[in-house]
Ligand binder design. Structure first.
Ligand code: ZN
Length: 487
């Protein structure tokens, strides 16, 4: 009995020590939020909202099939920019790339300072014809109702392009002269990889020998209720983005008649391959951007969550299992596996000769497309299946530190305009044009000062894309302030 009692006492002591350890870490878990005085709101150009509406009316759609590219609409957008922002057009250096992508250069008084590049993209994803009846408004009419502006591109990403240009036009009209050179870069094919726009502009900047102080593109937002456990709004600044790879799988097996099927047909083999991929996901991991996210939002969380985040080292297994349980959480901790196309068969009584499928992977930082291909081959483990890379491939971006003065400049600007929010670094799970600028700067961040909540988060790339008018004005105010802060 005495030995049992000793074991019990020992265990109790171990538990108490562990709890004390967790609590000490929690109490030492210091807030990383800056203390910044808010700035007064600026007066807006009353025409700004109409300009935004006009921009949404132009169907700058990046189609799935390049043959459907409507150059007339993109030409309209060129004219719109020239007519709507005459000061930016005439007083700044304005270049176009592949006819429809734009780069403005606003030369600063002190050319020894590295320039800043603000980015956006003017193309939008298509509106699926058969879903049109589910739109509450015409997606290309630029409709304003109930303090909300509706239309394809309202969030992604005409608010960025128009927000930046309104800010620039306003500052130029006030005779503002920057000390530091500023570039404004707007691609016209971001939604299909950015080859003609961002890739070309980045190459031009590189050829000019330009390295940027920092680059800011879309990608992060102000989360309103989308970060679990946070009641406050969180401004998420993307410090890295995931890579992109699609694998095209194919198999060909002699078919035959469906009355006498062989043990395995091409459909069976392909279905097994897909099941294996889904059942064997790539490993989960807490990468640098997620560590930083936890370090920034953890101290602002309610006590229980704070304990977990403060002890992410010893509680990493618990954290990973929590993240794994939701689709958005899972996307933060691993390379995701999504079968997106599956094709086989033409008739109900014929066993098809071939089956093909496409699986899309979004690749976690600190891994590569080669790792994913090796994993897929190992898991599928079937010589009969051919595996080929899809057309657009992108490695995970490099990671930009949140401990830089460049991050601090963006962080400060956010708090000057939105004093109530918590600011945090974050991993962007989608793709942006910024990935093509890896060689132009070590400080690439992704943030738009617009609110995403449960109601509008699926609207961009989906149905009824819309943005609060206040978010549009906040965007202009944000870029004005950011430009002023950078000088
Ligand atoms: Zn976008």
């Amino acid at each position: 009995m005495r030995i049992l009692k000793k074991i019990f006492l020992f265990l109790l002591l171990a538990i108490i020590l562990f709890v004390v350890y967790l609590l000490i870490n929690t109490f030492n878990f210091e807030s990383k939020q800056l203390s910044v005085a808010p700035v007064p709101r600026i007066e807006m150009n009353p025409e700004a909202i109409n300009n935004f509406k006009e921009a949404l009316k132009i169907k700058t759609v990046s189609p799935e099939n390049t043959a459907d590219f409507d150059s007339l609409e993109f030409r309209k957008f060129n004219t719109f920019l020239k007519d709507t922002y005459p000061l930016a057009d005439s007083l700044l250096e304005h270049k176009t790339f592949n006819s429809f992508s734009h780069l403005y250069k606003w030369e600063g008084a002190d050319t020894s300072l590295k320039p800043i590049i603000l980015m956006g993209h003017l193309d939008v994803v298509p509106v699926i014809e058969k879903n049109l009846s589910e739109w509450k408004v015409d997606p290309f009419a630029g409709i304003l109702k109930n303090d909300t502006i509706w239309g394809r591109g309202a969030i992604d990403d005409k608010v960025g392009v128009i927000g930046i240009l309104e800010a620039v036009e306003l500052l130029v009209s006030q005779n503002y002269k920057p000390k530091r050179t500023m570039y404004f870069a707007f691609g016209h094919d971001e939604e299909i990889g950015g080859r003609l726009g961002a890739v070309t502009i980045a190459k031009y900047l590189k050829d000019q020998g330009i390295t940027a102080e920092y680059i800011l593109d879309e990608g992060g937002v102000v989360s309103d209720g989308l970060v679990p456990g946070m009641t406050k709004e969180v401004a998420l600044i993307g410090v890295a983005e995931k890579g992109y790879l699609s694998l095209n799988l194919g198999v060909r097996i002699e078919g035959g008649h469906s009355s006498m099927p062989d043990k395995e047909t091409s459909i069976d083999v392909m279905a097994t391959a897909i099941t294996r991929l889904k059942n064997n996901p790539l490993p989960s991991k807490i990468t640098a951007p997620l560590k930083e996210f936890m370090a920034y939002i953890g101290p602002e969380m309610p006590f229980t969550n704070k304990v977990v985040f403060a002890n992410k080292g010893v509680l990493s297994a618990l954290l990973l299992s929590v993240y794994e349980s939701s689709a958005s959480g899972n996307a933060m901790i691993r390379t995701t596996t999504s079968p997106t196309i599956f094709n086989s068969g033409v008739k109900d009584n014929i066993i098809p000769l071939t089956a093909s499928a496409t699986v899309n992977f979004r690749i976690l930082p600190e891994t590569s497309t080669d790792d994913v291909i090796a994993h897929a081959k190992m898991v599928i483990n079937d010589e009969r299946i051919s595996i080929e890379k899809g057309g657009f491939v992108s490695e995970p971006s490099k990671h930009s530190s949140p401990d830089s003065k460049q991050f601090k400049a963006i962080n400060t600007t956010i708090l000057q305009l939105f004093p109530e929010v918590v600011v945090s670094p974050y991993l962007v799970v989608g793709g942006t044009d910024a990935r093509h600028y890896n060689e132009i700067s070590d400080y690439i961040y992704r943030f738009s000062p617009i609110h995403l909540n449960k109601s509008n988060k699926k609207s961009f790339h989906g149905l009824n894309e819309r943005l609060a008018v206040s978010d549009f004005y906040d965007s202009i105010g944000f870029y004005v302030q950011l430009i002023k802060n950078s000088n």
